[in-house]
Design a protein. Structure first.
Length: 341
């Protein structure tokens, strides 16, 4: 297919597990067209099938902008789920480049989109706590750091699924007499409309309930915590320690946020720690107070920022950074932030 170069045009893509968003934007930050579709899941359907989802949404976004589907943009920033390991990132970068959608590209893990959207600068640290949990960081000099994000295999715990699974575990131990009494027992049975925790466990085992639905128990954990249940409170504290622990680990690796005798300028410079994802964005007081307190103790220059900005905004801002010879403008960034909410 012959492509038509469109100077000043940029593409932004946020490919999450549950949905994929694509936007066509102008160099001045104007949103020209958008499209939303299925999740980007190369780890489930394979890279080619996942790329077809992205390709169709790009076409729809160009249609919405009134532009030919053969248009080649100046740049594309695509932050994609499934880009966790180095070889996965390389494969997705190659897949995007092979399609010739843009002359310049920035392809990386979708957690970087949360960082770019929530921070006032292109660098900092971001922890995303939604269904799962992940953390990445970027230093002012461009160095980056993160985690394997393979769940328990790589030492990760946190997010809605893990919190819900832990609530079920404690509820089951209350019911069968191996653990302390907890309000989580009634919360679990009440949420799923079953008479016992054992029935919930069997429904999950038999496939009558999808395991992912365990994340639905998160609000109940916070409610039980607020009502003074010590088991629920301990789970909230554990989650806070995981969130802050991830952030502190990345801050240390990048020499950010704490006093450093060898690099005093880096250590004392304020660094934003973006807290994103549905669980952190809910702003539960006990959770956020504990996260903020641990960061303040160990990284005095870290400034926690709770962000509800959509990841697509982060991709759009990163696309703006790709403009040849520019780092974006305040006016263009402001226009993007107003146009993508």
């Amino acid at each position: 297919m012959n492509r038509q170069l469109s100077p000043g045009l940029l593409l932004a893509a946020d490919g999450g597990n549950s949905k994929t968003d694509v936007a066509v934007i102008g160099a001045d930050g104007t949103v020209l067209g958008r499209a939303r579709g299925l999740g980007f899941r190369p780890q489930v359907v394979g890279t080619e099938a996942a790329m077809e989802v992205l390709s169709e949404l790009r076409a729809q976004a160009l249609d919405a902008a009134g532009l030919p589907r053969r248009t080649t943009a100046d740049g594309i920033a695509a932050f994609l789920s499934g880009a966790d390991l180095p070889h996965e990132v390389r494969e997705l970068r190659q897949a995007v480049a092979a399609r010739g959608w843009a002359t310049a590209q920035h392809v990386d893990n979708d957690t970087f989109a949360v960082l770019r959207a929530g921070a006032t600068r292109p660098w900092g640290v971001a922890v995303v706590c939604g269904t799962g949990i992940n953390c990445v960081g970027v230093a002012p000099d461009g160095r980056s750091s993160g985690f394997l994000a393979l769940g328990q295999l790589s030492g990760d715990w946190g997010g809605g699924f893990d919190l819900g699974a832990a609530a079920l575990w404690h509820a089951a131990r209350d019911e069968n007499g191996r653990g302390p009494r907890t309000a989580l027992r009634a919360a679990v049975t009440g949420h799923f409309g079953l008479d016992s925790v054992a029935e919930v466990a069997l429904a999950l085992r038999r496939g009558h309930l999808a395991e992912l639905r365990l994340s639905e128990l998160c609000p109940a954990v916070f409610v039980c915590c607020d009502q003074g249940d010590p088991t629920a409170a301990a789970l909230v504290d554990r989650l806070a320690d995981e969130v802050s622990g991830m952030a502190l680990s990345v801050l240390r690796r990048l020499d950010l946020g704490s006093h450093n005798a060898d690099r005093p300028d880096a250590g004392q410079q304020e660094v934003e720690v973006v807290l994103g994802g549905s669980i952190l964005a809910a702003r539960h007081p006990r959770l956020l107070d504990r996260v903020t307190g641990r960061l303040a103790d160990a990284a005095p220059a870290a400034r926690p920022v709770v962000s509800t900005a959509p990841p697509l905004l982060g991709a759009a801002l990163a696309a703006l950074d790709l403009r040849p010879g520019t780092d974006g403008t305040r006016a263009a960034e402001a226009r993007l932030r107003a146009g993508i909410r």
